[in-house]
Design a protein around this ligand. Sequence first.
Ligand code: SAM
Length: 337
Amino acid sequence: PPPHDTDAPIRLTDNDAALAKLSAVRQNYLSDQFIKHFVSRASFQPSRPPLINVGTFVRTKAIDDLVNQWMDLSSKEGKKCQIISLGAGSDTRFWQLATGTRKDCLSKYIEVDFPEITMKKAMAIKKNKDLSVVLGAPADIQLGQGGTAISSPIYHLLPADLRSDPSIALGSLTAATENAARLLDPSLPTLLIFECVLAYMSPQESDTLLKWFHTYFSSREDGILGAIVYEMFGLGDSFGRVMLSNLKTRNVSLPGAVPYPTLESLPSRFLNLDYTSAHALTLKDIRRTFIDPIELDRISKLEMLDEIEELDLVLEHYAITWGLSTAHLGNRKAPWG
Ligand code: SAM
């Protein structure tokens, strides 16, 4: 990277996320046949500690569940849905969904990240038939913007800095250009996923982003927008201080986690921007209350995990927050109650 590339440490967090996923897959917490293609020398990578594997499992299951509910809601509305993963990194959710039982419900799946990351991802997709075949026939898959972008019938990969003006950085999503039609249809139920991303930008920057999407989808009678945020929070205590100082040694800061000292403060991220409703749960509560006991029993046998208090301490500093904007739902039942 260039000498003053302050974003390089932020981009490196993608590798951590991918290695954590790979580790949880290897140890049989999760199944994901695609993640190995996004990790270099995958078979030589060491496993993560059991505690991290359990965290990856809980977070992934919880987001999967919200995404599945979203797709079922769209089907009930008689519509296909659009999903946009912001700061998608090496995430494989598109490949899972596009080969899963709800695949016919997907109208568009769009991933956005820094160009350095999308370039790497585009290369991995081009190189691997297992990945590219899911996008469609070779003639339907186009590389663009110097190899940093991909477009195909459903899947699109876009390079952008999420901190810059969304109408410029993400303009192709909502406005037609000379060469291309706009990507997003405002009449389709649309889900934003921010998995471990917003903490790296300022609250003003993430507000601008959430507001921009909200404005686009609330401009229509039938616009429905949902958003899922997975993030650390409550970093003011001793655990938080340890975590922040670990990150500091790697030149990563978390300006986006600062405004959220408590679980109760998390929904304000959406409510302050006029989203219709919002909820948050910690991974600790999700693990105890929402994960299928049969699954919990199965994973408890995978590895020795004796520090259950330490597990709770870590899991209670991570939360999933979801917000919904359905101003014109009328008296139809709101999803995700
Ligand atoms: N969402 C993926 C997951 O959960 O596996 C990746 C998470 S990784 C911890 C954070 C990702 O957000 C990285 O790929 C990073 O490049 C991306 N990111 C952070 N800030 C960004 C920004 N301002 N613009 C675009 N991407 C950003």
